[in-house]
Every structure is written in structure tokens, then in C-alpha cells.
Write a protein that binds this ligand. Structure first.
Ligand code: ADP
Length: 485
């Protein structure tokens, strides 16, 4: 065998390393290309053809900028110029390329210049981060919409106190964004002392799959107190960790608007009471002194009395609502027969003869409570049934003995209420169709009813489906209620 000259040995080694390079080049999963000094693509690997959706033949001979999105061309060209003409060894940039099917693909570009023989080439790796980009963008969009609704989302691990949260959480609860990492104690302690005690107690007794709905105040340095609404739901985490997922929202503006409304209502309703009483007295007097056989005047007085009754109910609702809000509604409690109370408040409607109230009961139960207030709730349910289901002439009122409580319900077969809206019916000022409603009202009747029942230690609710009538119900404990306010 002929001895190998050093020249031949060098050639063989060069060929071997060239071959190794080509293998790596074609097999690597990162999209890669080689270009010459004129930026013309000489070679691409399979990963790059997969990335762009073009064949090798369609790509080689072209320049990568032919595939680049417009807004990146200038900066990319600049970097190329710096590398080829000003001796920079490499450059990096983030850019977007257009695939054959028109889709966009986002890449981190790294280009390195190298010399082979007496020529310069460049080697480029294009790292696809489209998935990451769309994730970042959707996170950005979410953070923006949370910010505009003055809201933040959180996940609390109640086992170790860790809190993960979206960008704006610290701002919502009045902390500086650069403050230390937030844990559950930090979150609780951002609330004023009495709210913090309540929230801590809530967090420590959260059963699986339960929900939390808490409104409290946080103290913000230099700008005072603000109202925050925290809602969440327990979801099982990894290894059965106790996790609470939810939102916090700054509701100071809504609270302030409610406060203005309350102030106005409280003043207006007080001011209206006196002229209404005088008007009522005047109508009674007029009724007494009118000529006996004057049918027309009698009719007018009747009509005026009906309208006056409506106005009086509205004013009573307003006064009651502002009293409730200030915690001033006092109950006048005595033992009374609940069924008698139900019958009593439905009697006048049956007498009028248009609607029939069918009371289903076979029990005689005494309840300790404020009979007038309980009757107010029943009358509100019945009046609503008449108001919102006017075509149905039969309204059922049921009284059922539940053992330790009595359940009263008013059932109509009217239009019903859809599930989502039914959850808010007992909120203050809530009306299902507040804008286009053909029925007058303030959205306070059910709120007042709920407050009355809660103060009796009972529960209140509605079972209804759109198009299938409604059942408004409440329960009252038979024992002396524990809640006495
Ligand atoms: P208001 O009647 O003054 O609006 P309420 O608090 O009594 O206030 O009722 C709140 C809302 O609940 C009403 O606006 C109405 O949309 C809905 N609602 C109450 N009772 C019924 C019913 N029986 N059927 C359908 N909707 C009802």
C-alpha cells in the first residue's frame, strides 16, 4: 500500500468532518440554512422545509428576506449588513416568516458567519416559537382585559399558602407591584383588620368543591380605603392539594355609585312621605264629602286611590331598602300561626275575583317572628306572580312542614326566569329586564324579602326555568331563630 502523504491525510479528515457536519445539518430538528455572501440560500435542512412548507428547490436560490414579514425586513437587512460589511461575527433577532399556505411563523434567528477556503458563508438557525408567541399574546390580552375591568385572577394553595396570580393582583389589593412575593397571609392582611379576620376564617374552613364570595375593604397607602370583591372556587390540585381559584375585583366605583343612589333614595323617600300622607288624607276627605250618587267623582277617587297605593308601595320599598342597608330594620317578634298569616294576606286577592290563590296546607304551625314582615314577603311573591305572569289566573301558595322548618312557596306558571339571571334576583336593584321592561318596579322587593327572611334565620330562593313558571320559596325555622338582630 502506498504511504499516505500529509496532504492526503488532511483531505481525508476534511471530507470526514464535512460529512459529519452535513449529517448533523440534515438531521437536526432546528430549521437551518446556509447562505453565501450574496445572502442567497445554498442549502436548507428538512426542518426548514417543514417549517415553511416549501420544497428545497423552491427555497434554495432565494433569500430568506423573500419569506420575511414586511415589518422585520429593514432590521434584518441592517443586521446582515453589519455582519457582512462590518466584521460582526454573528447576529440574533426575532422575526416572522410567511409560510407557503399563508400562515405566519415566529422564529428566533441566529446567524453566524464562517470561512470555508477563501469564501465566506453564513449558517442560520431559525428557532420556531410561534406557540410561545401566541401564548404570550393571549396572556397579554387577558392581562389587558383584566386591567380594564379592575380585576385579577389568582390560584391559592391553601396547604402551603402559595399564591400565583395575574399581573394586576397587587394593584387591586393596594400593594406595590415591586413588593415581595405574595402569600396567602399577605393577601389576607391587605384587608382591614375586621375583614382580614373574617377572610382568614373563611379560608381555613373551605370544604372541597365549595365556593367563596367575599366583599371587604383594603387600605391603600396615600389613597385610603377601597372595596374589593373576592370570588373563588375550590378545585383539587396535584397530589390532592387544596387549591382555591378565583378573581379579585376593585368594586369601589360600583360601591360609590350605590352609595350615591342610597343617599338620594333615603332623602327622596323621606321627603315624599309627608305629601303622600296629606294626599291620602285629602282623598279620604273627598270621598266622605262627595255627592252620594256622583258615579264619575267616585270613579276618579278610586282611580286616584289605586295610584296612590302603588306610589305608597314604591316609597315603602325605598324606605325599607335604605333601612336594611343601614342595618336598621328591627323585627317585632311574636308567636303567630304561619298558615293563618298566609291566608290573611291572600284573602283580598281572592275577594277581587280576578286571580285565584289556592293555598295548599294541612298544618298549623306557630312561628316566632315578625308576622307583618313575613306577610310582606308573601305579598311581594304573590304581587310579582300577578305582575310578571298576568295571563295565568291561578297562583298556588304552598305551606309544607319540613320537620324543623316550615317552607312557604308561591308558584305561578308564567314566563319563568333563566337560570343565570335567577341567581341575582335577590340582589339590590336587580331587574331581569331593566331597560325594556313593561312592568314598573325598582328591583327592591326580593332584596327586602331576602333580608327579612335572613333575619329570621331562614332561607329564600327561586326554582324557575325560562318558559316554565316560577316557584319563589322561603323557609322559617320552627325553633326560636338564632339570628336576632
Ligand atoms: P321589581 O318587581 O320591583 O322589579 P323584585 O325584586 O320584586 O323587583 O323582582 C326582581 C325581578 O325579578 C323583577 O324585575 C322580575 O324581572 C323578576 N321576577 C320576580 N318575580 C317574578 C315572577 N314571578 N316571574 C318572572 N319574573 C319575576
Amino acid at each position: 500500500m502506498e504511504p499516505v502523504t500529509p496532504e492526503e491525510d488532511y483531505q481525508a479528515k476534511y471530507m470526514q468532518s464535512e460529512e459529519r457536519f452535513r449529517k448533523i445539518f440534515s438531521l437536526t430538528s432546528a430549521a437551518t440554512k446556509i447562505i453565501d455572501e450574496n445572502l442567497v440560500i445554498l442549502e436548507v435542512n428538512d426542518a426548514l422545509t417543514d417549517l415553511l412548507g416549501y420544497t428545497k428547490e423552491e427555497i434554495c436560490g432565494k433569500k430568506i428576506l423573500d419569506f420575511a414579514c414586511k415589518q422585520y425586513i429593514e432590521s434584518w437587512e441592517n443586521l446582515q449588513h453589519q455582519m457582512w460589511s462590518h466584521g460582526k461575527p454573528f447576529f440574533k433577532l426575532e422575526a416572522c416568516l410567511k409560510k407557503k399556505n399563508g400562515d405566519l411563523v415566529w422564529v428566533h434567528v441566529t446567524t453566524i458567519v464562517y470561512i470555508d477556503g477563501d469564501k465566506r458563508f453564513a449558517y442560520t438557525v431559525l428557532d420556531d416559537y410561534t406557540f410561545m408567541k401566541s401564548y404570550q399574546e393571549s396572556e397579554k390580552r387577558l392581562n389587558m382585559s383584566l386591567k380594564y375591568s379592575r380585576m385579577a385572577v389568582f390560584e391559592i394553595n391553601l396547604d402551603n399558602g402559595e399564591v400565583m396570580h395575574s399581573e394586576g393582583l397587587k394593584e387591586v389589593i393596594g400593594l406595590n407591584a415591586d413588593q415581595d412575593k405574595l402569600d396567602v397571609e399577605g393577601l389576607v392582611n391587605s384587608f382591614i383588620a375586621e375583614d382580614a379576620v373574617e377572610l382568614r376564617a373563611l379560608f381555613s374552613h373551605l370544604p372541597e368543591e365549595s365556593s367563596i364570595d367575599f366583599v371587604g375593604q383594603v387600605d391603600v397607602e396615600h389613597s385610603g380605603l377601597k372595596w374589593v370583591h373576592l370570588q373563588g372556587r375550590m378545585e383539587p390540585g396535584e397530589n390532592n392539594a387544596k387549591k382555591l381559584l378565583g378573581t379579585v375585583q376593585d368594586i369601589s366605583k360600583e360601591k360609590q355609585a350605590d352609595q350615591h343612589k342610597d343617599d338620594f333614595i333615603s332623602i327622596a323617600s323621606h321627603e315624599l312621605r309627608t305629601p303622600i300622607t296629606i294626599l291620602s288624607g285629602t282623598l279620604q276627605l273627598l270621598d266622605r264629602i262627595k255627592p252620594k250618587d256622583d258615579v264619575k267623582v267616585s270613579g276618579l277617587i278610586d282611580q286616584a286611590n289605586k295610584s296612590l297605593k302603588k306610589v305608597t308601595i314604591l316609597i315603602e320599598d325605598l324606605l325599607n331598602a335604605s333601612k336594611m342597608n343601614e342595618g336598621q330594620l328591627h323585627l317585632n317578634k311574636n308567636l303567630f300561626n304561619i298558615v293563618e298569616a298566609v291566608n290573611e294576606c291572600c284573602a283580598h286577592i281572592n275577594r277581587e275575583g280576578i286571580y285565584k290563590i289556592q293555598v295548599e296546607e294541612n298544618l298549623s304551625i306557630n312561628i316566632y317572628g315578625d308576622a307583618d314582615r313575613i306577610q310582606q314577603v308573601i305579598i311581594n311573591f304573590v304581587n310579582n306572580a300577578i305582575k310578571y305572569a298576568p295571563d295565568e289566573k291561578l297562583i298556588s301558595v304552598k305551606a309544607v312542614d319540613q320537620g324543623d322548618a316550615v317552607r312557604i312557596s308561591v308558584i305561578d306558571s308564567g314566563p319563568g326566569i333563566d337560570h343565570e339571571k335567577a341567581a341575582h334576583l335577590f340582589d339590590r336593584y336587580y331587574r331581569v329586564d331593566s331597560k325594556g321592561s313593561q312592568y314598573s318596579g325598582l328591583g327592591l322587593g326580593l332584596y327586602i324579602s331576602a333580608e327579612i327572611i335572613k333575619k329570621h334565620g331562614g332561607e329564600i330562593g327561586v326554582t324557575s326555568e325560562n318558559g316554565n313558571g316560577s316557584e319563589f320559596w322561603f323557609t322559617l325555622p320552627k325553633q326560636n331563630p338564632i339570628i336576632e338582630i
